[in-house]
Design a binder for this molecule. Sequence first.
Ligand SMILES: Cc1cc2nc3c(=O)[nH]c(=O)nc-3n(C[C@H](O)[C@H](O)[C@H](O)COP(=O)(O)OP(=O)(O)OC[C@H]3O[C@@H](n4cnc5c(N)ncnc54)[C@H](O)[C@@H]3O)c2cc1C
Length: 459
Amino acid sequence: MNTKTQNRRFVVIGGVTAGINAAKAVKRYDPDTEVVVLEKREFIAYDTSSLPYYIANVMEDHRQLIELTPERASQELHIDVWTRHEAMAIYPAENRVIVLDRETGEEKTLSYDALMIATGGVPIAPPIPGINLPNIFQIRTLADGINLKQYMVEHAPSKVTIIGGGYLGLEMAEACNALGMEVTILEKFGNIMGSMGSEITALIETDLREHQVHLLKDVSLKSFEDVDGKCGHVMTDGEQHRLETEIVIIAIGVRPEIALARGAGIEIGNTGAISINTSSQTSIENIYAGGDCTEVTHLVSGEKTYLPLATTAHKQGWVAGRNIVDPGCCVFKGAVGTSVTKVFDLEIARTGLSLMEAKRLGFEATTATISADSRVKTYPGNETITITLILDKKSKRLLGAEMGGREGVAKRIDVFATALYNQMTIREIAQLDLSYSPPYAPPWDPILIAANAGIKKLI
Ligand SMILES: Cc1cc2nc3c(=O)[nH]c(=O)nc-3n(C[C@H](O)[C@H](O)[C@H](O)COP(=O)(O)OP(=O)(O)OC[C@H]3O[C@@H](n4cnc5c(N)ncnc54)[C@H](O)[C@@H]3O)c2cc1C
């Protein structure tokens, strides 16, 4: 059924990634639908993933991160953007949203025919003494990035403590190191990068040492010590460190922002995020959702999971918009959890399940690790790539891949992501016709070498 009609109104809550994709899709496929985007903050449609590079001055001006301003959205796409407007409540039975104008304090009611919840994620803040001191930062929004950069320019801190050794903590460590700061990373667990295997995390740890970044593992935060109204020391449990610091950056993950959805009676999944179907539809027919406030099906495990990544947010948003115009026209089946991170000179990537995740899910999992050349050995620029494959002994299928190296990693991981999407066995991956030319790859690409090592492991 095609629902294109005149005088429909589509309201989007949240104007960064998923929300803007949905708004654009509706306008592209049904220009007659009125589209209103509510964004409680100042900026819309920016690239959050570039924030560490903005802090490091790779991108000097915050405007370089902005893809679309409210003015251009209105003039070029005919999307009506209400910035500094916060959705306070949704009344699904009446198709109404209550909106607060944060500048004037005025409350407005907005009716809708279809609604999109794209409220994103909220950075997790540890509830410990001193958390509100003014030199403690979290980085989630463009405004957070601008504030942090301004603080760094005004105070020129020389020592930073980063809480969390995940990808964001590592990206921020590189950014702060580039600005000349002494960097310490605190990681609560014995492993950085979540559940990634030690073959790859060992490469990262070596790289951190080479760049004089201190990494303290297995230490948990106890408190932030107030020295003249600022955090002067970070106190830890365990080994009882008292770390002198001039600035703290917390990067310990995000949780889905679901208050509005919960208040509207929309189903929340076991992951704690909004439950949606493959059309990005929630449990209420004309309310859609996508991005970091929602869960996604993991295509390797088949389970619902929480994977707050821009890759998924873009697709879920676009699919929501397409389905609002033409219900049932397209689907987003799910994700395999592919990501890549730059850590100084290293490219670190993963897709699918880690060994720990696979075992937890009940797979009879094993690993195969290889190191191989990124180009023909004698061609200048050749570097070593390390690959760990996670394999299912029973089905002989690939369950996941982790890679690290100084070049050639970022896009090679996508071959494994494609293999996972298609549930390929390790023997099928070993048959792939991958390109070869000395400046780019050896005739036996590291992917094929890894797949053959995987076959041997499964015999
Ligand atoms: C520093 C950093 C680096 C990252 N790097 C990568 C990367 O390299 N690759 C990758 O795939 N992902 C990366 N991510 C994750 C990626 O940025 C997110 O997955 C993506 O931005 C999620 O988009 P979203 O639209 O769901 O939510 P958000 O970007 O969180 O946007 C939600 C918006 O909703 C607004 N909002 C919330 N509640 C209301 C309300 N009641 N009324 C009105 N507005 C509201 C918020 O103000 C916010 O602007 C990174 C994230 C960070 C923080």
